[in-house]
Ligand binder design. Structure first.
Ligand SMILES: Cc1cc2nc3c(=O)[nH]c(=O)nc-3n(C[C@H](O)[C@H](O)[C@H](O)COP(=O)(O)OP(=O)(O)OC[C@H]3O[C@@H](n4cnc5c(N)ncnc54)[C@H](O)[C@@H]3O)c2cc1C
Length: 416
């Protein structure tokens, strides 16, 4: 059997679904291939930044996300492990219609997009369908092959979009050169129920709490009115080796850093309640080729310290939808016709990747001198309102201009 559509999308993540929504609204016929998901839930917080909230509002979806089990958070507190508060960061200083974040589990945003897509009869999602290769004629990509119901089928479309995440099989099938950077640290994700009387109680209140030490980070995120999600940094390793360690040792360490977690952590009795999350950075030689393009993590996965994967995937979809409209008008889906998408988006995400790598280096450092420097930066920034506003705007996805040299010197306390 073979299928056809105007656009074929591989991967029903945030990027693929938001692109489908934008194109379906313009009347295009879309098919999406989505492989079987692993059955285990992923315990990790997903911060939806102000810029992503604005994008969701433009799609008429913000209220639907806000109605899910998510937490509205505008304050991030940073502490030195075993020491004092380094700084308090409030999103309320932003001049933006949405000066806050929504934090929930990753499937909430995706669910909102899926629900909205169900109103479009021109969109067909092939669930449990795993991409196996691309269809080509010369240099032109004509679609893809995938296993559906145990059989390999063909999907034909004038343009195929690879939105299948950082380990993109589509990117590999296109033969696009790619460098995947694995970081030296990974994170353990743990979901906890918050005690009902937790408000105003340190890490259990309505703010995000980060604890930074020497080569150690614990972050506590409210994920709804009743849940809290922890991320604890560990050295990157094979996920199986984590399960071989003492769970009690992990819980003791978390309680030593944030004593209010003592009681909620009683809920954690097995490693199955802990997710192992290893961030990667993806850099590819090109995003577009004749008849095909990459988006989201498949094109530019970034270290999650900047927490902008959702917004950047949505922003790809906004720019790509516009470029594709022009391609349809001209009947031209060549790499040259698709290039404006890459030209617009690549510099922005590459700048963000550099910022994220700086954060990963500075926040995670074990070196006593750099730890001292990091703490000094957090303190200085917390006391410099204009600088703080710039940094929060970058984190929120509102500003793309990186910090200037003078701003960096201000953060170090060298310039006024
Ligand atoms: C630890 C961690 C924390 C993070 N925290 C945040 C945060 O707080 N805020 C934020 O904005 N971002 C965060 N991110 C990043 C964010 O999750 C991603 O950037 C975002 O999900 C990318 O969306 P995507 O649609 O490009 O890819 P994905 O969400 O990865 O979606 C890809 C889809 O393709 C499917 N797929 C894969 N291979 C195939 C195949 N062969 N055939 C068919 N389907 C396939 C997958 O099953 C999946 O559904 C975090 C990432 C990590 C690792």
């Amino acid at each position: 059997m073979s299928y056809s559509s105007d656009v074929l999308i591989v991967g029903a993540g945030i990027g693929g679904l938001s692109l489908a929504l934008r194109l379906a609204a313009k009347g295009y016929r879309i098919r999406i291939l989505q492989q079987r998901e692993p059955p285990l839930p992923v315990y990790r917080p997903e911060i939806v930044q102000p810029a992503a909230l604005q994008a969701l509002a433009e799609l008429g979806l913000l209220n639907r996300l806000a109605a899910k089990a998510v937490a509205r958070v505008d304050t991030f507190q940073f502490y030195r492990i075993g020491g004092t508060r380094l700084s308090r960061v409030s999103y309320r200083i932003l001049e933006h219609p949405y000066p806050y974040t929504l934090i929930g589990l990753p499937h909430h945003t995706r669910r909102v997009l899926l629900d909205s897509l169900s109103a479009h009869s021109s969109v067909h999602i092939h669930w449990e369908t795993r991409l196996t290769g691309v269809l080509r004629q010369g240099s032109q990509v004509l679609g893809a092959k995938a296993i559906e119901g145990g059989q390999e089928q063909e999907w034909h479309a004038p343009v195929t979009v690879g939105s299948d995440g950082c380990r993109s099989r589509f990117r590999e099938a296109l033969g696009i050169d790619c460098r995947i950077k694995s970081y030296r640290n990974a994170f353990l994700g743990i979901l906890l129920r918050r005690p009902l009387d937790g408000d105003g109680n340190g890490e259990l209140d309505g703010a995000v709490h980060y604890y930074l030490g020497r080569g150690e980070i614990l972050a506590c995120f409210p994920c709804s009115s009743t849940t809290l999600c922890l991320l604890f940094m560990v050295p990157a390793c094979a996920p199986q080796t984590i399960g071989g360690q003492e769970l009690s040792a992990l819980k003791n360490r978390l309680c030593a850093i944030a004593p209010a977690l003592d009681e909620p952590l009683n809920q954690i009795t097995s490693w199955e309640q802990v997710s192992y999350l290893a961030p990667v950075r993806v850099r590819v030689a090109r995003w577009v080729t004749d008849g095909a393009t990459l988006m989201g993590d498949a094109a530019h996965a970034c270290h999650p310290h900047v927490a902008q994967g959702v917004f950047q995937a949505m922003e790809d979809s906004r720019v790509l939808a516009k470029v594709l409209e022009t391609c349809f008008t001209r009947g031209d889906f060549s790499a040259r016709a698709l290039a404006p998408y890459e030209v617009t988006r690549r510099p922005v995400v590459e700048r963000l990747q550099r910022v994220a790598d700086e954060y990963a280096w500075l926040w995670e450092t074990k070196n006593p001198l750099f730890t001292w420097l990091r703490d000094r930066i957090f303190r200085n920034v917390g006391q410099a309102p204009e600088l703080l506003q710039r940094i929060v705007a970058i984190e929120a996805g509102i500003e793309t201009k990186p910090l200037t040299l003078v701003e960096r010197l201000q953060a170090l306390g060298i310039a006024a």
